[in-house]
Write a new protein. Structure first.
Length: 276
């Protein structure tokens, strides 16, 4: 199989896009792993762009982590997909509707050169877990590798656990993230974020992603951290979530549970890949 990969960056979160609207190919988890192992190829998530599943939407998308596991949501990927459609003139529209396993994306190109995705908090989803009962502030206190940490959990299509506690010296995000993937707390793994409240509308965040490891930015992780902090009444919407290479702006409509995430997306390169 030979295909074109379009590599984009959402604040350092590397997204590979495969255009299956114009290329007559079929991609599964098996092919994603082979693509990830190809020479010169590196990405955190891969998104297959597919024809629409119904006349009411513009496109559909399938999301994979680099290890071939399936993801239901990818906010940085959604913005990169939006820029790809604009760059390639795949569809000449300012706003797009795209179906994913996690729900419907409403994508928009803004005049300031940024891109946004709006989706509804899928609060009917549940993270498979063996967590202890919630504390009075809707958090859970768990022990990981001998360290007690307080986490909030939320499912945004992808499962997220977020802690706003300061990590002890010598305890790395990678160490805790890997330990959580192999713990009984989350049998199917979890995206783990460590945040710091900067002000009533700003958070610094790092995220260890299930199936990818620590990434330079995680859009759904930004949404998860913002929503957990809003629920905890430690911040107010809209929220600026800072990563190493930039920020995502989150606006949450509490009444209708709509989440809007806005930020940059950048084209890096196109690669031709051959896999067996």
């Amino acid at each position: 199989m030979e295909l074109n990969l379009y590599i984009y960056s959402g604040l350092g979160n590397i997204i590979a896009l495969v255009d299956l609207v114009r290329e007559d190919l079929c991609i599964s988890s098996k092919e994603v792993v082979k693509i990830a192992e190809s020479e010169g190829v590196e990405f955190d998530q891969l998104i297959s762009i597919l024809p629409p599943e119904s006349p009411d939407v513009d496109l559909s998308a399938e999301i994979y982590n680099a290890d071939g596991s399936i993801a239901k949501n990818c906010i940085n990927g959604a913005r990169c997909l939006t820029k790809f459609v604009v760059d390639e003139e795949l569809i000449i529209k300012n706003e797009l509707l795209v179906t994913t396993l996690g729900g419907l994306w409403s994508l928009k190109t803004h005049q300031d050169g940024e891109y946004s995705v709006k989706f509804t908090n899928p609060n009917n989803l549940e993270i498979k877990n063996n967590l202890p009962p919630e504390t009075t502030n809707h958090k859970h206190i768990i022990s990981v590798e001998g360290n007690e940490i307080e986490i909030g959990v939320i499912d945004l299509g992808n499962p997220h656990a977020v802690s706003f506690e300061e990590m002890d010296d010598g305890i790395s995000l990678k160490h805790l993230g890997e330990a959580l993937q192999n713990s009984d707390w989350f049998p199917e793994g979890v995206n783990f974020g460590v945040g710091k409240i900067i002000s009533s509308n700003e958070i610094d965040l790092r995220v260890y992603e299930r199936g990818a490891g620590e990434t330079l930015a995680c859009g759904s992780g930004a949404c998860a951290a913002a929503l957990i902090a809003i629920q905890d009444k430690t911040i107010e919407t809209p929220v600026k979530v800072n990563f190493e290479k930039g920020s995502i702006f989150i606006d949450y409509n509490i009444e209708n549970k709509e989440i809007l995430a806005k930020g940059e997306a950048e084209f890096i390169k196109q690669i031709n890949v051959k896999i067996q």
